[in-house]
Design a protein around this ligand. Structure first.
Ligand SMILES: Cc1ncc(COP(=O)(O)O)c(C=O)c1O
Length: 440
């Protein structure tokens, strides 16, 4: 097999991980297809790209990994060793972080349901920094802190209600997440802040917002910070000086799947100046936190499948691979376009190429990004989907009784290891109810 060792470059100018054809075929032989392959060095590089993007911020800066994007224990362990924070939203995610060697002290916990039982559970497990997003949530946290007899660093999740240009938006019109600054009820950032400041056992830590995922225009961050500054100054006039120790600007750093998107450097340049002027106007150096799931993980991982059939239909050439949207859900759910390459590549086809999966569902047709190279497809060759490390492996599902494929990892030293074993039919059958048959 030809060892082309091409090094694709993403539109943000950063080299995507390079795997030789020989490596990809030899892993296909050993583990079968499809398989995911994660590059540890890329995970680490992404942390430093974000850190560099905010290096001109006047206060301390911390990256937090949003575990929801990819909870593979080897991925979490890599980020634990980078010494970063973790953004979690469920006790089960906390269990994954702790079992992978992480400490609850490094967790920012942002619940969606905010029940007393959940807060009690995570406080008992050692979490001490919690983001509240409703009045009832605050009452429940107060109760849980009293029961467990611990002091909780408490942050307020605000929804700055700004327009966001992104694949997934979470601000304007999305009441599910965060509090309005000055809504008329107890469910307002002002009221919740006032309550925290007078509640023993809760220590006000700062504010949090999350605007969306795959944010293409960073001006929404600037707008949100501007609104937050006005809110803090107004609240200080009414409540007296309260400290701002932490400001968490959530996630949303985009990945260049095909079109040009701002890099952490572009985004950092845009918001750091404003954050620095916030430091000046508040007269204190708070710690800035940027949460990221997609940017930290997407480019690290490829999905490798095999061409199993080819068919001509009208003017088009249909390439069938042995993967489906059961392992790449957003390709069907969001019509998300991943960059795809045939391995080894060949001349571009004069026909229109349509890449289809193995599922018996018309939705199982992969939209392919403009970075794709689909020429030279033949049965037996491989098809590699790039940038699939975020929100894919965690959404693998057994549609059509498909077992989960293995996740392999290239370590920093270059060795290939197994990060998740392939599921076999027997264990899938048992998990799906086969093991209940014997008891009937
Ligand atoms: C509160 C919060 N922070 C961070 C993230 C991560 O976003 P992204 O993966 O776009 O960086 C999410 C994603 O849903 C989120 O809900």
């Amino acid at each position: 097999m030809v060892d082309t060792r091409t090094q694709p470059v993403s539109r943000t100018g950063v080299a995507a991980p390079r795997f030789s054809d020989r490596e990809l075929f030899s892993l296909a032989e050993k583990y079968g297809t499809p398989y995911f392959l994660v590059d540890e060095a890329t995970l680490r590089r992404k942390v430093s790209e974000i850190e560099q993007g905010f290096s001109h911020f006047k206060g301390a800066f911390r990256v937090a990994y949003s575990v929801k994007a990819n909870f593979n224990p080897s991925v979490i362990k890599t980020f634990v060793s980078e010494g970063i924070l973790f953004d979690l939203t469920a006790p089960s995610e906390l269990a994954f972080v702790v079992k992978s060697g992480g400490s609850p002290e490094n967790v920012m916990y942002t619940s969606i349901t905010e029940t007393e039982a959940e807060y009690e559970q995570v406080l008992k497990m050692g979490v001490r920094r919690i983001v509240v997003a409703s009045y009832n949530g605050l009452v429940n946290l107060t109760e849980a802190a009293m029961k467990t007899n611990v002091s909780v660093k408490t942050m307020v999740r605000v929804n700055p209600e700004v327009h966001v240009h992104a694949e997934l938006r979470g601000s304007m019109g999305h009441g599910k997440f965060g509090l309005q600054f000055n809504g008329g009820s107890q469910d307002s950032a002002f009221y919740v802040l006032k309550k925290i400041l007078s509640t023993p056992g809760l220590e006000f830590e700062g504010f949090h917002f999350h605007l969306g995922s795959q944010i293409e225009d960073p001006s929404c961050y600037a707008e949100a910070i501007e609104k937050l500054e006005a809110f803090i100054l107004g609240a200080r006039r009414q409540l007296g000086d309260f400290p701002l120790k932490v400001l968490d600007i959530g996630g949303g750093l985009p990945v260049s799947y095909g079109k040009k998107v701002p890099s952490p450097k572009d985004l950092g340049a845009k918001v750091t100046e404003q954050l620095n002027s916030l430091v000046e106007s508040l007269g204190e150096k708070f710690t800035l936190v940027a949460e990221s799931g997609r940017f930290l993980t997407a480019e690290s991982t490829v999905l490798v499948s095999r061409v199993v059939n080819i068919k001509n239909f009208g003017e088009s050439r249909y390439i069938y691979v042995d993967a489906g949207y059961n392992v790449l859900l957003d390709s069907a759910l969001l019509r998300h376009e991943y960059p795809v390459e045939v391995v080894p590549g060949g001349k571009p086809s004069p026909q229109k190429v349509v890449l289809v999966g193995r599922l018996c569902d018309p939705l199982d047709v992969f939209p392919t990004s403009s970075r794709s190279k689909l020429g030279g497809a033949e049965t037996g060759k491989l098809v590699m989907f790039r940038d699939v490390g975020a929100y894919t492996i965690v959404m693998n599902m057994p549609f059509h009784s498909q077992p989960r494929p293995p996740v392999l990892m290239r370590s920093g030293q270059g060795a290939f290891t197994v990060a998740r074993k392939a599921q076999d039919i027997d264990s899938l059958f048992a998990d799906e109810g086969g093991d209940c048959l014997a008891a009937q």
